[in-house]
Design a protein around this ligand. Structure first.
Ligand SMILES: [Zn+2]
Ligand SMILES: [Zn+2]
Length: 175
């Protein structure tokens, strides 16, 4: 959805928009968007300053990186942008205020909200999705899903925190 900043009246303007996998161009990725994404878009214009707040509710279907099962998860994401006309100037020294991080420059009078919402979805997708934090994964020998059944293969996985402790213990016993 494109919003013309110049045409906006002073004060608060709200939009409720629905998007799907096609309108957000999310096809062919590692995850899929289930049904519709509901977006709440708020633009506040005050004396030439423009603030854009986005809220998005959506459900993703993804594959667990450990057990390879597909699962769904719902998200509620929020983002705020301060809009400035013109192109971004490269300053020699850029202070890192919160405002700078979210400042969005627009070259025309129109701002397209769709790519911003698309980014919110893509950024929420984890590097290694897990169906649950303690997913047991697959047996490396026979491949059974260890969340669902046990096999006779011994699982020799040591928690990395314990292995550190073991190292320390060894050092102490040597000393
Ligand atoms: Zn899993
Ligand atoms: Zn096994």
């Amino acid at each position: 959805m494109k919003i013309n900043i110049l045409d906006l009246k002073e004060g608060k303007t709200e939009y409720f928009e629905k998007y799907n996998e096609n309108t957000l161009d999310l096809k062919g990725l590692e995850f899929s968007l289930i049904g519709q994404l509901n977006a709440h878009i708020v633009i506040e214009k005050w004396r030439g300053k423009v603030k854009l707040s986005l809220e998005a509710d959506f459900t993703l279907k993804m594959q667990c990186s450990r057990c390879l099962e597909h699962f769904e998860r719902s998200f509620h994401e929020e983002a705020t942008f301060y809009l400035k006309a013109g192109k971004e100037e490269v300053k020699a020294e850029k202070s890192l205020k919160d405002e700078d991080i979210y400042t969005l420059f627009y070259a025309t009078d129109e701002i397209d909200v769709t790519p911003l919402i698309r980014d919110m979805v893509i950024l929420v997708y984890p590097m290694k999705p897990l169906c649950k934090p303690d997913c047991k994964g697959l047996c490396p020998v026979c491949g059974v899903n260890l969340n669902k059944m046990k096999c006779h293969h011994e699982q020799v996985t040591i928690d990395p925190r314990w292995s550190k402790l073991l190292e320390i213990k060894k050092k102490i016993s040597k000393a």
